[in-house]
Design a protein around this ligand. Structure first.
Ligand code: PMP
Length: 383
């Protein structure tokens, strides 16, 4: 028996998206820039995918969507693209202190080239400190980047309020919606978002595609140069299979978001309720304002890595310790430190992200396995 609870690091591709996109591998395999029939068929499916992604986030139209190779690439394009294009207007960059490294690292790189970077603090539940944001936003601020929902602690930000503050003094708001898209309704027009990142695989689409929404009128400088694909912002021959699959996955996610969201929320709430009965266990992130598929905890006196390995080896249950990208380093997560945890507290984290293949029937086995794991590790712990 194995129970997979790590949908934030990888999702199985939805068979319906594979079925839809499969023919673009070997049958309708054309280059969307070619003018013959095979090329035109390929172009049509890219445009169809653009339309489907635009609809998922209620964008103004398909031309607002730029396909990239990943969420990381979309984040880099949003950040480098706006910074380079608007450097004349100001040199200040802002981001929440709990952004993913694919947002923080391009911002830190820009710092070395003469931009200033300020990280806006969050409270103990991970919500952005809006007063601090108000204090930091200025006409010099060219870009503010805040994630929609955290893949590490599940907290969902009040994006509309954040957008109002950002636009009161500064230019663009970039929102990394990698963890939130397809999980909760997103409306870029309602929330006045300027740039928004989406990942294909987080929507159960194929790996190898991402998308950046660019509000009409927002100007970006390209960061790579080549052919004129994707309005010149992401040159290079399109990954037809991944883009077609991302489009279909976005359509399915929009259609099933409400039902799947409430199904996962039911399971999430049972898991949280039961796991918090374990002695010295704590929820990380916000208790209510959180992604429907996200349950994250910390346990005193034991290490997240030991929890992960024991759950996997002894019970076939696969979880994460937090950010998939930093879980191979021994540094405590910057997200957990930003919500005010001490180093030793931040080391005891366990993140469960639920998905399509999970069901409520699994809850008792998961809870029992976590109880036994925590007991066993505490019995062995020198702390
Ligand atoms: N943003 C967030 C919030 C993430 O969790 C991740 C990792 N899944 C990324 C961006 C980067 O995604 P990718 O590694 O697929 O480019």
């Amino acid at each position: 028996m194995s129970i997979y609870l790590d949908y934030q690091s990888a999702c199985p591709v939805d068979p319906r998206a594979v079925e839809f996109a499969g023919r673009y591998l070997a049958e309708d395999f054309g280059n969307p820039s070619a003018l013959h029939a095979t090329g035109l068929a390929a172009k049509a499916v890219v445009e169809e995918a653009r339309e489907k992604v635009a609809r998922l986030i209620n964008a103004e139209g398909p031309s607002t969507i730029i396909f990239t190779g990943s969420a990381t690439e979309a984040n880099n394009l949003a950040i480098h693209g706006t910074a380079a294009r608007n450097a004349g207007a100001g040199k200040q960059l802002l981001a929440s202190a709990i952004e993913h490294i694919s947002v923080l690292n391009p911002l830190k790189y820009l710092q070395k080239t003469g931009f200033s970077l300020s990280l806006v603090p969050v409270d103990a539940s991970g919500l952005l400190d809006l007063e601090a944001l108000k204090g930091q936003v200025s006409p010099e601020t060219v870009l503010t980047s805040v994630q929609y929902g955290s893949s590490e602690i599940g907290t969902v930000q009040p994006i509309k309020e954040i957008a109002e503050i950002v636009h009161s003094g500064a230019r663009y708001l970039h929102v990394d919606a990698t963890a939130a898209a397809g999980k909760i309704p997103i409306d870029v027009q309602r929330d006045s978002i300027d740039l928004l990142t989406i990942s294909s695989n987080d929507l159960y689409g194929p790996q190898g595609a991402g998308a950046l929404y660019v509000r009409p009128g927002v100007r970006l400088q390209p960061v790579s140069f080549g052919g004129g694909q994707e309005r010149g912002l992401r040159p290079g021959t399109e990954n037809l299979f991944a883009i077609a699959g991302l489009g279909e996955a976005a359509r399915l996610a929009g259609q099933e978001l409400e039902a799947e969201g409430s199904r996962l929320k039911g399971m999430r709430d049972r898991l949280i309720g039961e796991i918090l009965k374990i002695e010295q266990s704590h929820l990380t992130g916000h208790p209510q304002r959180r992604l429907p598929h996200h349950a994250s905890f910390r346990f005193s006196r034991i290490e997240g890595e030991s929890i992960l390995l024991t759950l996997d080896a002894m019970f076939g249950i696969q979880v994460s310790t937090g950010s998939a990208c930093s879980s191979r380093t021994l540094e405590p997560s910057h997200v957990l430190l930003a919500i005010g945890l001490k180093h030793e507290e931040a080391h005891g984290s366990m993140v469960m992200t639920l998905g399509k293949r999970n069901s409520q029937d699994e809850v008792p086995a998961i809870v029992e396995a976590v109880e036994k794991t925590v007991q066993r590790l505490r019995a062995m712990s020198p702390l």
